[in-house]
Design a protein around this ligand. Sequence first.
Ligand code: BES
Ligand code: MN
Ligand code: ZN
Length: 488
Amino acid sequence: MPTVSLVDPSVPIKADAVVVGVLQGKDGPRLAPGAQPVSRALFGSTSGGKLLKALKDVGVTGRPDQVVSISTLGLADFPVVVATGLGENAREAEALRRAAGAVTRTVTNHARLHFAISGPVSAIAEGALFGAYSFTDYKASPAKSALRAISIAGDGGGRRELARAKALAEAITTTRNLVNTPPNDLYPASFAAKVKELARGTGVTVEVLTEDGLKRGRYGAILAVGGGSVNPPRLVRLTYRPARSKATVALVGKGITFDSGGLNLKPGNSMAWMKSDMGGAAGVITSTLAIAALKLPITVIATVPMAENMPGGSAYRPSDVITMRSGKTVEVGNTDAEGRLVLADALSRAGEDEPDFLIETSTLTGAQLVALGGRVIGAMGEPKWRDQVVAAGNAVGEASWAMPLPSEYAGGLESPVADLNNISSDSWGGMLVAGLFLKNFMPDGVPWVHLDIAGPSFNQAAPHGYTPKGGTGAVVRTIVAAVESLTK
Ligand code: BES
Ligand code: MN
Ligand code: ZN
């Protein structure tokens, strides 16, 4: 990850490329505030007219995701000016985040990038760090980015913001790496070992239950779902206990390292991105580490079920009845509805810590993608806490939307032989049905929220803003912001 620092806007710019923002106005593009020193260095005037003309000459419009570089032809100490589009709504911090990210994602041939855009330093730092990502672990000769140092024009303050941006970038980078790692290398045992390695020296403690521990603890669902794979399941628990704690938050994240569907094998190409079915697990693990790095005064206990959903000879079957850790029984209607099963056992365990709040997140349903697509998280749960989490996430630039849990839809989950079925007789509203299933295993009296990130956790489309193809790091900012909202 490149370094990031603040520099006084009145001192001469030292960089290999200087970034200016361009607003998309009704009457054409305009330079965003902060570009004056660039204009002065080039033309001796802060008016910006000549700089804007030069940018317009090469087709700069200011539309989001437009990044255009021009040579300064020896007129200034810095050889290149980069223009990044802020769009029409440039006052939003998220526009700045995306514009900064679009630069670091695409301009990789300069070692030192300077941002001459005024606005919240946190947004520029976050966007620039989130955008400067590439996953090259599996490339024989990776194309290395030259970017080493990011500087942002800003006055003295902003140290805390920079530290927060770095902690978030660290967490998001690790989440993306975990999601992008192929499933032949990331399976429950290796994932659990990786968590131990990540937590070393952070003050966060890690406990791993192997198969024996899962049997002793009666984790019937985790054992059933993991049973069809040669790679046995795990339950990983991370605990962060600050000296002074205002509340305890339980985090739970779905860690299916590969979802083949099991015996109800996924058809056609729908297994294509199922290495990402542990995006919720990665998100809660890295959020816990970020919260610890920021020393927030909140106790966080993450409970992460890890399993590989495979159709081997010892796989669980449709019609099996599982005795869950909670004691409830569940008839398996479909082995591809495995996430809610492993989560149910994890939720029971999380409730035993008597948390004050609970956040569960999972790549749970294709129906989330149908309803909200790839960029908006679906949030369900206890209304007040759900709305607090949604508001916290939206305020830091991660979109989520509250969805209902109509109790009428729960009837479809009835089973003639067990307490519940894991799928509904009604095929509509699948995201809500999954939320209603989970509700049965939520600890009594604890405000809870379920965040379905099936779409947002993995970008199969073109990269945009600070978001690369593949793992996105979704949900980390929402979790950290929701936990921060409890410190106020
Ligand atoms: N992991 C999938 C959900 C998913 C689908 C995530 C697409 C990301 C992209 C989940 O385990 C699953 O298979 N859900 C089924 C549930 C159904 C069998 C009730 C689904 O959504 O089709
Ligand atoms: Mn599935
Ligand atoms: Zn799944």
